[in-house]
Design a protein around this ligand. Sequence first.
Ligand SMILES: [Zn+2]
Length: 277
Amino acid sequence: EAYYQEAGRGGRDGEPARALLLAENRDKALHVHFIKRDELDPDLPGWLADRMAGGADGDGRYALDAHALARDLGGDGDRLRALIGHLTRAGVVSPTPSAPDRVAGRLTSRFDTRAAALCRASVEEGARTRWRQYREIWAYVEQDSCRRRALLGHFGDHSEPTGTPAGRCCDMCDPGLVPVPPPPDPVALESLDDAIVSVATGARPAVGRTLCSEILHGARTKKIERNSYDGLPAYGSSSHLRRADILARVDELIGDGRIETSGGAYPVLRVSSRTAA
Ligand SMILES: [Zn+2]
């Protein structure tokens, strides 16, 4: 939603605008991780309502230590803010402006069965919204039709885009628009090369090119555990890179003759005699 809003804003002055979305497949797992991390236990609204009631004066006014609450919730302030939002929507509390380290407001209703049900519905709605946004943005990333039309459609404009845009349209209509990624950082590359060579030298039993990339990427597989490859100094040292890129670099080093593969049905990497000398 934020992306749509920003992209929509970009063209508001009538001047040509370009929206650039940086997305990689591995961001999906991160996205899922954040959604799951923000999932709220159904008991938490009641827990927070109890804390607020416990700290309230005779008029139902409360002012609690935000840090202590956030800590007891086992997270940062996001979870606390989300819960207050659910309690507010359920009509249990009415927050008042307060210093950032305080949570203040007034209790407006008891946390009874009805309030609990309203909170549960609000929590579920929040989670549904997040998953819907997840599906929407990745559908947008992965679609193979015009992105301009998708953006216009999001804002309720389902007519065929009028005329062609003044400049170029989108990377689907005009593949030349996709920016060329910058070349890899030479320092990072050098340490990746060293890491590849160290796995080719140090892994016992010796490993093939795919397993070598898995080790550098920090993969958790039975094979890696069984052979204690996760104890190699280079294990996981390139977890910030994509495995396909690591593998491509292994192949380049083989091409350059810095390392070589043995023959046989299960070829393994070894340092070429030239490098070892
Ligand atoms: Zn287009």
